[in-house]
Design a binder for this molecule. Structure first.
Ligand code: SAM
Length: 293
């Protein structure tokens, strides 16, 4: 499909940048950053080298968690003046544990077009390389630092059957793995991705206990993303007809009619009443002549 020229006037672009390997910056990201009128950077100094290497000439504005509220009206005003605005964070996708979310919401509310130039993201990179189920997953990012909020989040994560992806700073990694061990047990699958896309990329796992042993003797250094296996769903116990017949007979011996016994068991077991009732009338069923109706 033929695409229009980018960057287009009055459009807000969210541009994914590398999380380590510089060659992961896409061609499209390069051309949007090179041509944008304004580039909102989480840290203008951090991104300065990258932008200069692309020959980006757009006006650079800082856009971080401490000036988000103040900057948003200014960026919306620039969009309304038909300027193209690109947003980048220090690494990865803006809006994922990085500034961007509030600006996008405000831009959409103001009727501005928002386009994401997709790029690397530590969460999805760690997830797909973990070997853990990726069909259903939950991104938790950084947990609340401490207290009740943190404990409650850990409790919810421990009970969640989906794979969970977490970010953590190196100096807090061991504590987080210890807490995961307390809440989920040491045998729960865990894959800790270190320094993704970089020279010293490595994976530590395959369980919480194994990661705990490893990082107790190897001081965590670099950047980490954790991928935690989900809680086991309680196995649905399959009972055969003989089991249900015995349960029906117990109820009948307690004085219920066959009809009432089938109804009560249907409610507690989820099996159809009609099927349960039919069991009482199959050959070899023993109702001792009681309770038939
Ligand atoms: N927006 C970014 C993204 O799309 O991945 C995430 C920004 S968040 C402030 C930074 C955290 O992401 C790090 O503390 C670490 O947990 C994780 N992270 C970033 N780069 C990483 C890498 N190369 N390897 C492993 N984890 C990484």
């Amino acid at each position: 499909m033929k695409q229009g020229a980018e960057p287009a006037p009055g459009v807000l672009y969210l541009v994914g940048t590398p999380i380590g390997h510089l060659a992961d910056l896409s061609e499209r990201a390069r051309s949007v950053l090179a041509g944008a009128d304004v580039i909102a950077c989480e840290d203008t100094r951090h991104s300065g080298q990258l932008l200069s290497s692309l020959g980006a000439v757009g006006k650079r504005l800082s856009f971080h968690q401490h000036n988000t509220r103040g900057r948003i009206p200014q960026l919306l005003e620039l969009l309304s003046q038909h300027q193209s605005v690109a947003v980048i964070s220090d690494a990865g996708l803006p809006g994922i544990s990085d500034p961007g979310e509030e600006l996008v919401a405000a831009a959409r509310e103001a009727g501005r077009q928002v386009i994401c130039i997709p790029g690397p993201c530590a969460a999805t990179t760690a997830l797909v390389s973990s070997g853990l189920p990726s069909g259903r997953f939950c991104f938790e990012g950084f947990l609340p630092a401490k207290g009740k909020d943190r404990r409650e989040r850990l409790k919810a994560i421990a009970a969640d059957p989906r794979t969970t992806v977490l970010y953590e700073a190196p100096h807090r990694l061991l504590k987080l793995i210890e807490e995961l061990s307390d809440h989920c047990g040491g045998e729960r699958p865990l894959q800790v991705a270190r320094e993704l896309t970089k020279r010293h990329e490595e994976q530590v796992g395959p369980t919480i206990a194994a990661a705990l042993t490893h990082f107790s003797s190897h001081k965590p250094q670099g950047e980490f993303t954790l991928v935690l296996g989900g809680a086991q769903e309680p196995a649905a116990i399959e009972h055969d007809d003989q089991h249900w017949l015995e349960e029906l007979n117990k109820l009948i011996h307690q004085g219920l009619s066959a009809n009432a016994a089938a109804k009560q068991l249907a409610q507690s077991s989820g099996r159809a009443k009609r099927e349960l009732y039919a069991l009482l009338h199959t050959e070899g069923s023993t109702t001792d002549g009681q309770g038939s109706d």
